[in-house]
Design a protein around this ligand. Sequence first.
Ligand SMILES: NC(=O)c1ccc[n+]([C@@H]2O[C@H](COP(=O)([O-])OP(=O)(O)OC[C@H]3O[C@@H](n4cnc5c(N)ncnc54)[C@H](O)[C@@H]3O)[C@@H](O)[C@H]2O)c1
Length: 521
Amino acid sequence: MSVEKLPSSFMDTTLPLFSGLPHRVADLSPDTVRFGRKEIDLALIEMPGLVSICEEYNGAKPLAGAKIMGSLHMTIQTAVLIETLVELGADVRWVSCNIYSTQDHAASATVAGPTGSAEAPAGVPVYAWKGETLAEYWWCTMQALVWPDATGPNLILDDGGDATLLIHLGVEYERSGTIPAVDSTDNGELKIILNLLHQVRAEKGDGFWQALSKDIRGVSEETTTGVHRLYERSQDNSLLFPAINVNDSVTKSKFDNVYGCRHSLVDAIMRATDVLISGKKAMVLGFGDVGKGSAQSLRGQFARVSVTEIDPICALQACMMGYDVVRIDDAVDQFDIFVTATGNKDIISAAHMAKMKHNAIVCNIGHFDNEIDMAGMEALRETGEVEKIEIKPQVHEWRFTNTTHGPKGGGHSVIILAEGRLVNLGCATGHPSLVMSASFTNQTIAQIELHKNAESYGVNRVHDTTAAVPQVITLPKHLDEKVARLHLQKFTADLTQLSDEQASYIGVKAEGPYKPEHYRY
Ligand SMILES: NC(=O)c1ccc[n+]([C@@H]2O[C@H](COP(=O)([O-])OP(=O)(O)OC[C@H]3O[C@@H](n4cnc5c(N)ncnc54)[C@H](O)[C@@H]3O)[C@@H](O)[C@H]2O)c1
């Protein structure tokens, strides 16, 4: 394709792929910016970990020289994280990691910045708005990856691994010389990514991705699903730079995944449907950290909760907590609410939904939209077997046209929330600030560690294919304990001080760490 014949926009976005736009948000009006700033100010009081890190550095800039590209839900809490990274000296660009999770006032206030305004933005380039199309989503990711001088980031802060994925695919296909044809896959999102890679090659030639990513020194990854992908890349020797697994800091996964979901799951179901949860039968599919928080959330509303699991240990934990452990195939017609929390795919099929009670609520709190078979439902829509009716954005009735149960003896519906994507971020505002403060304090510590010491975990392999595969590490336990300590003040909790004699009796130091690495909490 010659440069003259290039499409002016990326797919249906009406936006050039290399737009040079300083930011792109839904609404940069003074009222929206003011609302966002007010909520950021409120959140700050609930985010003592991030505030303490800034106080600890006391004006020093440990992130000076860091160019951080962030791909993580653009919420109010994330705005506080972004402004913390900037305060610590970083040059930051940002996108959401989900098409529905942006809080538009948070995005606007972040663009305006603490010292700027709607008219004279002085904050961070954010490319995110609630309700992006998937093509717009990947367009946004590209904008945040490319700095105005056409260079790339030197650090990535990722949630779910999309930024990491795009860079790795770009480099991989450049090295092999072949980008698969768009039609080589049935996966709609992969088609968009391939489209993007083809367009990048057409506009910028064959060295673009290697040049853009040659200075990336590491990535810190927020969530279980993204971390799985990193370990896979480490095992198949394709990881290009070191990574910090933030998810498996205890003060992340055992707090955010559990207690965050405990707060935000029923918040989302209630905002979306206003349906009484008490007394209803709810099925939580997957009883890991997110499943545990989700089950507690529903039980807190006095739902009758059952769990599905593949892992006998998690299933036994569920039994001990008083939940029934069932199989979806045996009980799909008996439940009112279904919540997937596995991080796996193909958990609730279209065939399952065809058997559900009329107006059963179906939602997902895992990372991607393939736990619920949304592709299968779309296929049924195309054949006329299902009708999709929008109740409001992110809340849809899917009416089966051929089933023999339903309001008038046929044609039952299911209510699918957030199009099968993260319900707590699509239909509510995600986890509360205090929980996110712990997660994001780990993220900030991880970014500082990478900026200081990335090369002790491996080198960037974009141009050095012979270098050893970089490590995926977790933060040391004393930092986990530090993150917890920073948040105890919020609860006016008084820690007991270990005496030296007691410390030596249990084999630890009086100042910690207090547990061996293998301890599971
Ligand atoms: N919505 C949020 O705010 C939020 C927060 C954190 C993590 N997440 C995401 O939630 C997902 C789960 O994370 P986690 O930390 O709980 O992971 P986890 O590994 O602790 O738990 C997942 C559980 O699902 C079970 N499982 C897997 N396949 C199954 C199947 N076919 N049927 C039943 N159970 C099955 C596993 O045995 C495991 O116990 C991930 O995608 C993660 O990225 C979402």
